[in-house]
Design a protein around this ligand. Structure first.
Ligand SMILES: Nc1ncnc2c1ncn2[C@@H]1O[C@H](COP(=O)(O)OP(=O)(O)O)[C@@H](O)[C@H]1O
Ligand SMILES: [Mg+2]
Length: 500
């Protein structure tokens, strides 16, 4: 039987870190925390992504809060996708509680209540920094993925982008894009066919229907200007603490398409903007996605592939993605296999399916002579989790059932007044406040169509004027003679002679 001392040495050795790190709590043996057997995650490997999983009420969101606060404290900015609206409390210090003191005494870590610099962002009508992106920033490939288009339809989208590029038609919002699509098979059909090939109206019709579907989820609020600059996510406050950016997504749960559209555009934009990091000692930005099953469950195959490839590539830019979800099986295997930090809270074994999930989950953790992983998975208490991280050399740390530290900030949400005050004092809210609808494809094409129609009107009007004239000439014998064919021929004959 392993002694407590062996275990302490095992943990201490496995979690030695030279550089900056986050203490998550103390390792537990036989269900009891071993004081000072600290479980540490090095900042150096936090760009290697992570997973926080476990049944409802086991402490996943609080673990997210603990990681976010401690990253901020170390100067690393954070972005939180808050789907349930329970994270705003980070902007206020914890009120403290005897139970928290007890927890921290067991861990061997002083408890320091603190508030953190918070920025509130929003994708919808809710207050906060408005997040927007233009259709052209989105690009034809991403837009086609989001709309789940066929290869033919994707080709049309690419041509439409090319046409707009060639003709200096800015594609800002969905209104612009729809207008160009309609134009390509309507008024501008001939022009399009000449330079870009014929486009079938049944294909553009199908694309338009997909856009309308996206609009029904409120996407027109997201597409447009002023587009959000992702550099604004990496701000640090006057004390050198990273900003915790909270995107409130409480009203987006029933709009999964909008959510995945936004997620994908954000990741692509971050990937395109941030420089390569090389071998860095700390991450640039950490993203947490609470209730992550919402993006994976509703995502199309194409979208999933896009997410998978971004997950693989983005860590070289110093960006870490952390998924928070009930069951690890919610996350696609290709993503799961990329994760460095795993924090597994308790799972419940109610059904046969649950037991199967537990078995699968246990198999994904390194073996430990100190634990029966399957057994531990079902017996962990609230605010306790199985942790496995990567050490500074990128090797997996020993598996540790961990009594997790408590958040230093408030575990509850902000009051309405606190939230209002926070938002009204934000500089970014002002920067991105107004919706700009400058002249873009929609207006330019409308003008072009109007002009063409006016021309056509004039053309149509011409024969009518001639008709009026001819009725006048018919009445006037002098004019009749002057314009008659024989008279003109006669004059021309005279002129020719004169010229010769
Ligand atoms: N690390 C922790 N320290 C102290 N209390 C915790 C901790 N984690 C969870 N709790 C308690 O458990 C409750 C549920 O946690 P929560 O993170 O909301 O669960 P989940 O997100 O898994 O549904 C919290 O409101 C808090 O009272
Ligand atoms: Mg939660």
């Amino acid at each position: 039987m392993a002694t407590k001392e062996d275990f302490f040495n095992h943990i201490e050795k496995g979690y030695t870190t030279k550089g900056e790190h986050i203490v998550m709590g103390a390792a537990m043996l036989n269900g009891e925390a071993v004081t000072n057997a600290h479980v540490k995650v090095p900042l150096k490997t936090m760009n290697r992504h992570g997973l926080i999983a476990g049944a409802t009420g086991t402490g996943k969101t609080k673990t997210l809060q603990v990681l976010a606060e401690n990253l901020s404290d170390k100067g690393v900015p954070v972005l939180l996708m808050d789907l349930k609206g329970d994270l705003s409390g980070i902007a206020q210090a914890s009120e403290g509680h005897p139970k928290i003191d007890e927890r921290h005494a067991k861990i061997g870590l002083p408890f320091e209540p603190k508030s953190f610099p918070v920025e509130i962002l929003s994708l919808s009508e809710q207050d906060g920094v408005k997040l927007r992106a233009t259709v052209s920033e989105f690009g034809p490939v991403l837009l086609s993925r989001i709309l789940d288009l066929t290869v033919t339809q994707e080709g049309i989208v690419a041509v439409v982008f090319k046409y707009c590029d060639d003709n200096k038609l800015p594609l800002l919002d969905l209104k612009d894009f729809k207008k160009v699509l309609q134009y390509a098979t309507g008024e501008g059909k001939a022009e399009f066919a000449k330079d870009y090939g014929r486009i079938s109206s049944s294909s553009t019709g199908a694309i338009l229907r997909k856009i309308i579907e996206l609009e029904q989820q409120g996407a027109e609020l997201f597409f447009g200007e002023k587009s959000f600059e992702v550099d604004d996510l990496t701000r640090v406050d006057e004390n050198g603490r990273g900003y915790i950016n909270i995107i409130r997504l409480t009203d987006i749960q029933d709009r999964p398409k909008l959510f995945s559209t936004f997620m994908l555009s954000l990741l692509a934009e971050i990937y395109g903007t941030f420089p390569e990091q090389g071998d860095s000692d700390r991450p640039e930005l950490i993203l947490f996605i609470d209730e992550a099953h919402l993006i994976f469950n509703e995502a199309s195959k194409a979208l999933l592939e896009q997410i998978e490839s971004i997950v693989k590539l983005i860590r070289s830019k110093g960006i870490g993605l952390y998924f928070v979800t009930q069951n690890p099986t919610d996350v696609p295997d290709a993503v799961l296999s990329q994760l460095g930090l795993k924090v597994q809270h308790a799972l419940r074994a109610f059904t046969a399916k649950d037991r199967k999930a537990i078995k699968l989950t246990a198999e994904n953790y390194p073996d430990s002579e100190y634990y029966d992983t399957k057994e531990v998975l079902t017996s962990l208490g609230i605010g306790e989790a199985l942790v496995s991280a990567l050490d500074e050399k990128g090797r997996p740390t020993p598996l540790a059932a961990t009594l997790l530290r408590a958040p230093m900030s408030r575990m509850d949400v902000l009051t309405d007044t606190e939230l209002k005050d926070l938002i009204s004092s934000s500089k970014l809210v002002k920067k991105y406040g107004d919706i700009i609808d400058r002249e873009s494809a929609y207006e330019i094409l409308n003008e072009k169509i109007e002009k063409a129609e006016a021309e056509a009107e004039k053309e149509k009007a011409k024969p009518r004027t001639r008709a009026r004239k001819s009725s006048y000439t018919r009445q006037n014998p002098v004019i009749k003679v002057l314009t008659s064919a024989t008279f003109i021929r006669g004059v021309l004959g005279v002129l020719k002679k004169v010229i010769r």
